[in-house]
Write a protein that binds this ligand. Structure first.
Ligand SMILES: *[C@@H]1O[C@H](CO)[C@@H](O)[C@H](O)[C@H]1NC(C)=O
Ligand SMILES: *[C@@H]1O[C@H](CO)[C@@H](O)[C@H](O)[C@H]1NC(C)=O
Ligand SMILES: *[C@@H]1O[C@H](CO)[C@@H](O)[C@H](O)[C@H]1NC(C)=O
Ligand SMILES: *[C@@H]1O[C@H](CO)[C@@H](O)[C@H](O)[C@H]1NC(C)=O
Ligand SMILES: *[C@@H]1O[C@H](CO)[C@@H](O)[C@H](O)[C@H]1NC(C)=O
Length: 178
């Protein structure tokens, strides 16, 4: 199994990826935090519940100075007596990805986010960045049912500026099959 190909990736200055139109995935929590309020102000980072099995994610942040070098550390965790690392743990150069669009995992994430976010341009990023009512999900992988957490640490000039951590539950595709 090629973990890189099947894993999720990272995109710059947009926050995260997993929504829950599909019955098998439900966002359960979202937490974001700025580490440097002279560069990033976090206005909004929250889930909106539409129904028992549908939530959407809204993120709104301001980048106060242009960010020319953006990268992100991405890690996935699965809950089992506390969260344990699961499958993916990597670092993506976001600006490089936006120039070349050639990273297979980056592409998956980018395609998930592009319609509901302000990510659709190249670096630098500056000003208000949003992810609005994000709920579309087409996961290209099948995961074991369970509770997951995905943590992102976003870096400008190689230094952590903010994190965004999203949890979700995943149910193997039982509901859509019957
Ligand atoms: C949400 O769950 C309810 C029952 O809990 C089900 O009837 C409904 O079809 C589900 N909606 C979706 C979009 O899966
Ligand atoms: C997100 O997770 C990372 C890695 O575990 C942690 O360092 C960070 O504090 C978390 N951020 C928030 C806002 O919970
Ligand atoms: C915090 O942001 C300021 C303003 O952009 C920047 O000059 C500084 O290097 C940043 N500090 C860290 C530790 O990233
Ligand atoms: C994002 O937050 C800023 C500051 O609160 C606000 O002015 C702006 O209208 C918000 N944008 C969206 C799309 O919610
Ligand atoms: C933004 O997305 C649209 C539609 O997918 C595309 O035509 C356009 O070239 C994109 N813009 C940039 C700067 O990537």
């Amino acid at each position: 199994m090629d973990y890189k190909l099947i894993s999720f990736g990272i995109i710059c200055l947009t926050i995260f990826l997993i929504g829950s139109e599909a019955p098998s995935v439900k966002l359960t929590n979202a937490k974001c935090e700025s580490y440097n309020k002279s560069w990033v102000i976090m206005h909004t980072c929250r889930l909106k519940a539409h129904s028992r099995n549908k939530t959407s994610l809204n993120v709104n942040l301001t980048v106060l100075e242009p960010a020319y070098k953006i990268s992100a550390k991405f890690k996935m965790w699965k809950r089992a007596n506390g969260y344990k690392p699961f499958l993916f743990d990597f670092h993506l150069d976001c600006c490089e990805f936006l120039r070349r669009r050639n990273h297979p995992v980056g592409k998956i994430i980018y395609n998930l986010l592009k319609d509901s976010s302000t990510v659709n341009h190249s670096c630098p990023y500056m000003g208000v960045q949003t992810l609005s009512d994000f709920h579309r999900i087409e996961l290209p992988v099948v995961l074991p049912s369970g509770e997951y957490l995905v943590t992102f640490i976003w870096m400008f000039d190689g230094k952590p500026q903010f994190s965004s951590n999203i949890s979700f539950t995943y149910l193997e595709d039982l509901w859509t099959r019957n």
